[in-house]
Design a protein. Structure first.
Length: 294
């Protein structure tokens, strides 16, 4: 262990000594809590700690784990308190982790109030200090500016041409268009999804339908796709040529997929592709106040 890094085991021992209550790090599959997290409830206050030896992703996700645990406690009628603590062990990535956590805390509304703490070594013992602070503005980050540009460009975007015609022809609210947030809206391409599952990408004039690696995959959703459409993707066009689907045929295929998924009782048959960010800006029927259809 590198000098200055506060490990999960050190945090666990320190917390147990400080509060004289049990802190555990056993995984809990029902509540989605991993063994990377140390957790306890001193004074009925939900407390989660993650060591400086954990991956940054684990430490950042710990805030979501804390909220999920708090929610489960409420469901179980254990009446959790209005405040909760997230402790981060010192380590080489602690500064960036806390910046990310401050950003998440700043977006959180309602209960519980979340308090962040950095736990660092102080001689032979550990010491905690509050670390909430202000969320970073990322003003000097070129990557943040690029992603902000992607997001803002989609704000007033509307599907046109093939994309709009196809979702109207499908006529089912379970099929919706999502902005492709990993690209600029100038492409005009929208992610077509069924209950969040991407089943295609369509633009003003052309697009394609398909699920994952439909030629080699074997999951539930891929199996349904093969049953209905065969292997590989299917090209879609506003003016279909040989081997391409027009709006009516593409809409019929998507409706068949919806029937296959829901007929089998499948709610989320396949995870959304990595790198795609879900959004509340969805299109599929009635217009929202901001002009988007859902």
């Amino acid at each position: 262990m590198a000098d200055g890094v506060v490990s999960k085991e050190e945090l666990k021992r320190w917390l147990t000594d400080c509060y004289s209550v049990e802190f555990i790090d056993k995984s809990d599959a029902v509540r989605g809590l991993s063994s990377h997290l140390v957790r306890g409830r001193p004074g009925n206050r939900s407390t989660v700690a993650v060591g400086g030896d954990a991956r940054p992703e684990t430490a950042i996700n710990a805030l979501l784990d804390l909220l999920a645990w708090q929610w489960q406690l409420t469901v179980d009628a254990q009446k959790p308190g209005d405040a909760a603590d997230l402790l981060v062990g010192d380590g080489p990535d602690a500064s960036q982790i806390l910046d990310a956590l401050r950003t998440l805390v700043a977006t959180h509304a309602g209960r519980p109030r979340i308090y962040l703490h950095l736990v660092a070594k102080a001689g032979a013992t550990l010491r905690s200090r509050e670390a909430n602070g202000s969320a970073p503005a990322f003003a000097s980050s070129s990557r943040a500016a690029t992603w902000a540009g992607y997001l803002s460009s989609w704000w007033d975007a509307q599907p046109v041409g093939l994309a709009a015609d196809l979702v109207d022809a499908i006529g089912d609210r379970r099929a919706r268009l999502y902005p492709s947030l990993s690209g600029n809206s100038a492409t005009g391409e929208w992610s077509l999804r069924i209950d969040g599952l991407q089943v295609g990408v369509v633009g003003p004039a052309r697009g394609h339908l398909g699920i994952g690696k439909a030629d080699t995959g074997s999951g539930v959703a891929v199996t349904a796709w093969k049953k209905i459409a065969g292997t590989g993707q299917r090209a879609v066009s506003a003016s279909p040529g040989d081997g391409e689907l027009g709006v009516a045929a593409a809409a019929e295929l998507v409706r068949a997929l919806i029937g296959e998924f829901h007929g089998a009782g499948v709610q989320h048959p396949f995870p959304a592709p990595a790198g795609r960010i879900d959004t509340e800006i969805r299109c599929g029927g009635a217009r929202r106040p901001n002009g988007h259809r859902q």
